[in-house]
Design a protein around this ligand. Structure first.
Ligand code: GAP
Length: 441
């Protein structure tokens, strides 16, 4: 058996469109740059990724969750430095007006869009925050921003959460939510979006202990990706050198994934010092001090270690990683299979009556009803059984349960494993336990 990995994002995006994972936003109107809609299978996949993250981050005693609003008081973004500093350098081609990130192209070469030479404007700083208006009057006092990161919703709630949940340092606050950036060049499918989701956690620690927390969270976060089935050879650490550290960080490292278009950041682990809480204390006039009862009631602004991963980008990496083409060119045996970890797979079990007739569909329906409350199932009666297996392989369904004429006689079904394609006969009254053991979560 031969097996190849994903060669290009185009191959993946056409599978995603064909099989209902992702659609271009407002496609019937020609789409809108950097925005995508999740179809029925895409949303199952994304929710599985987010549930896995939420469980791993908040089902523990030292991290709690919140869900802050997207629109925040605009002073938040002044304090955080985003109004003045959240920019990318931008240049335009004078000939065709195409716009590029100045740090991503060589301005001495011809324009990649129209081929004109020596036609670029001088680089200018472009703020990536989307602006909108709040309330009925449109003037500068009503300007408000769509949040470009979820983290600030956590910082401004530090005191609320600490006091109501009676948390002692070190502890963390986790959140999953939308973020918006007016990226100059969105692209590479869902790698760089203008509307996306982040899964972020801020871990508040005593100043001086940030290195310990940073090392601990680096290990936890790396293992989370591995436990979701990511292949270690496609992951690597990228430490930020002193010159490329963000303005708020004293240590930072990214977990990068080996995407078909090259290595790219998937998650950032940042030691953010006391920058954000101190700035919010300064701009709001509200104390962000923590009273450390374990250290003689000493008062200080906590330091913060942040873990931040994009749901969409993580999902893209998981899809790239899961994609395999087997026996390419061999018509009989060729198949595309998404080898998702069962926890992540959008559909866990497909129930397939061998034929529509002879009472098989009704019998299969009964089997389905017994298991579909426990596992997200698919029910497919259309086409040959071989074609139906291939369809399930392509969306990464770990198990197919086939109901045939023997089922009517002996109350057993055939269970086919996605990866080995091995089939086993299982008694219907043992099916639920068999599935649970096999999926392993
Ligand atoms: N709070 C820290 C922060 O926002 P970041 O490195 O700018 O840090 C964190 O973003 C993560 O969010 C990235 O590692 C990536 O997974 C995701 N992300 C950032 N910009 C994105 C974009 N335009 N499209 C999709 N995901 C993005």
């Amino acid at each position: 058996m031969s097996e190849t990995n994903l060669k290009s994002l185009n191959e993946l995006s056409s599978l995603c469109k064909r099989r209902g994972f992702l659609f271009q936003s407002s496609e019937i109107y020609g789409g809108v740059g950097g925005c995508w809609d999740y179809g029925p299978l895409g949303i199952e996949l994304k929710k599985n990724v987010q549930n896995s993250w939420w469980k791993s981050m908040t089902y523990r005693q030292d991290v709690v969750g919140i869900d802050a609003s997207i629109l925040m008081n605009p002073t938040v973004w002044k304090a955080s430095g985003h109004v003045d500093g959240f920019t990318d350098p931008m240049i335009d081609c004078k000939e065709c007006k195409a716009r590029f990130r100045a740090d991503q192209i060589d301005a001495n070469k011809p324009c990649q869009n129209c081929g004109a030479e020596g036609q670029f404007t001088e680089p200018r700083e472009f703020n990536l925050m989307f602006k909108t208006q709040m309330g009925p009057v449109e003037d500068s006092s009503s300007t408000i921003y769509l949040r470009p990161e979820t983290a600030q919703g956590i910082f401004v709630n530090f005191q609320n959460v600490q006091s109501t949940m009676r948390q002692k340092l070190p502890f963390g606050i986790a959140q999953i939510g939308k973020a918006f950036r007016n990226e100059i060049t969105p692209g590479n499918f869902i790698f760089r979006l203008r509307e996306f989701e982040q899964m972020e956690m801020q871990f508040f620690v005593k100043p001086g202990t940030q290195k310990e927390a940073y090392d601990k969270w680096k290990e936890i976060r790396y293992n989370w990706h591995i436990n979701n089935g990511m292949r270690a050879e496609n992951l690597r650490w990228h430490p930020h050198g002193e010159n490329d550290l963000a303005h708020y960080a004293d240590m930072a490292e990214d977990i990068e994934y080996n995407f078909p278009h090259g290595w790219g950041e998937m998650e950032g682990i940042h030691s953010r010092t006391d920058f954000d809480l101190s700035k919010h204390q300064e701009f709001s006039g509200k104390s962000q001090l923590y009273v450390d009862q374990a250290d003689g009631n000493k008062k200080y602004v906590p330091y913060v270690v942040e873990t931040s991963v994009g749901s969409d980008r993580c999902m893209l990496a998981l899809m790239c990683d899961a994609y395999r083409k087997e026996n390419e060119g061999d018509k009989e045996n060729e198949r595309v299979v998404m080898k998702f970890h069962p926890r992540i797979a959008p559909i866990k079990v497909a129930v397939l009556p061998l034929m529509k007739k002879g009472g098989l569909q009704e019998e299969a329906q009964k089997v389905l009803e017994n298991i579909q409350l426990n596992y997200r199932c698919d029910f497919d009666v259309a086409g040959s059984i071989g074609k139906r297996y291939r369809r399930q392989d392509e969306i990464g369904t770990p198990l197919c349960v086939t109901v045939d004429y023997d089922t009517l006689e002996d109350q057993t079904v055939t269970v086919r494993d996605r990866d080995s394609m091995k089939q086993e006969r299982v008694a219907i009254d043992q099916l639920d336990r068999y599935i649970r053991d096999h999926l392993g979560f």
